[in-house]
Design a protein around this ligand. Structure first.
Ligand SMILES: C[S@@+](CC[C@H](N)C(=O)[O-])C[C@H]1O[C@@H](n2cnc3c(N)ncnc32)[C@H](O)[C@@H]1O
Length: 211
């Protein structure tokens, strides 16, 4: 992995907004903010759902992404999504939105307060076959919180099926860049950076063909 340049939202987001419009225009109002995954990143995730036929999705950090992905899964008539959320307000808000759109058979938000050291989500019953993991939480934008998402791969790696894909958002930040370096140094996961979209996309490195 090389160090990416730091960059704000760009023209790719305007294009991505158009691409996402089938999931946005006919839905209900969603509370987008700069805390939401950027449209360009969301397009990469949606493309992976379609191209990779991803059906067992786990998201760390709920928000408008949860609702958009649930709308995509409904359109595709396949797949389920679980979203871990530490904040009760966001958990309730997004679960309520899913319910009002009749999406709660497809996606659910699990309220998982942060605990332990290093602090991470309290895990209850988890899907044991995840084929797409999206790491967009816990919040890591405050000083001293840059490593907040680092535990994700160790904590969930055992639930990731062969061929699973992991997305890490916000790779324009030093904390996320360091996380990718530490994951690559300590595991057989390797990541490609999609800098315009602000995401890193990882898969397990295939084992040697002739051990
Ligand atoms: C980076 S946000 C997750 C965003 C979510 N994956 C999305 O793309 O909509 C991390 C945490 O911030 C909170 N959050 C979610 N959406 C937010 C928003 N639009 N603005 C501010 N905070 C948000 C939630 O507690 C969430 O777990």
């Amino acid at each position: 992995m090389t160090d990416p340049p730091v960059g704000p939202p760009n023209e790719h987001d305007a294009d991505a907004w158009q691409i996402l419009s089938p999931l946005i225009v006919h839905g209900r109002y969603l509370p987008w903010t700069s805390g939401s995954m950027r449209p360009a990143g969301l397009v990469q995730v949606c493309n992976e759902v379609v191209h990779g036929d991803r059906t067992h999705i786990l998201e760390c950090g709920s928000g408008v992404s949860t609702v958009l992905l649930a709308r995509l899964l409904r359109e595709r008539e396949r797949g389920v999504l679980t979203s871990l959320e530490h904040d009760l307000h966001w958990a309730t808000l997004i679960q309520d939105q899913l319910h009002r759109e009749d999406l709660d058979q497809i996606a659910r938000v699990v309220h998982a307060p942060l605990q332990g050291s290093p602090e991470w989500y309290r895990l209850g019953e988890m899907p044991d076959e995840i084929d797409l993991l999206i790491v967009d939480g816990p919040p890591a934008d405050k000083p001293g919180r840059g490593a907040a998402r680092a535990p994700a791969l160790a904590r969930l790696g055992g639930n990731l099926v062969d061929g699973a894909v992991v997305f890490l958002d916000d790779i324009d930040r030093p904390g996320e860049q360091q996380i990718i370096k530490s994951w690559e140094a300590s595991t057989d996961w390797r990541f490609e950076l999609n800098l315009p979209a602000g995401v890193a996309i990882g898969q397990r490195q295939p084992g040697p063909l002739n051990p």
